[in-house]
Design a protein around this ligand. Sequence first.
Ligand SMILES: [Zn+2]
Ligand SMILES: [Zn+2]
Ligand SMILES: [Zn+2]
Length: 89
Amino acid sequence: MPDGSCPHIRAITTVKHAKHRQCDECVQIAAQWVHLRICQECGTTRCCDDSPNRHATEHARLSKHRVIASAEPGERWLYCYPDEAFAEY
Ligand SMILES: [Zn+2]
Ligand SMILES: [Zn+2]
Ligand SMILES: [Zn+2]
């Protein structure tokens, strides 16, 4: 579907959206976040690299889940960590 430059982004047929507008890990430790990203493999929501805890990147590293989408209103893009590939949809 999105014209991504890597097979992981190209394999996504339906973009997962945020179930809750919160970082699933920050809420447990009462931390703040800046922007939210959604893991496209498990559908969980975590915070971006501008946030103090960078949970989305940590989740990608620990879980080997590769592709995230922005959860920000008006942003429609996907990002693949291992390929550093970015695609709008
Ligand atoms: Zn990829
Ligand atoms: Zn977080
Ligand atoms: Zn995940």
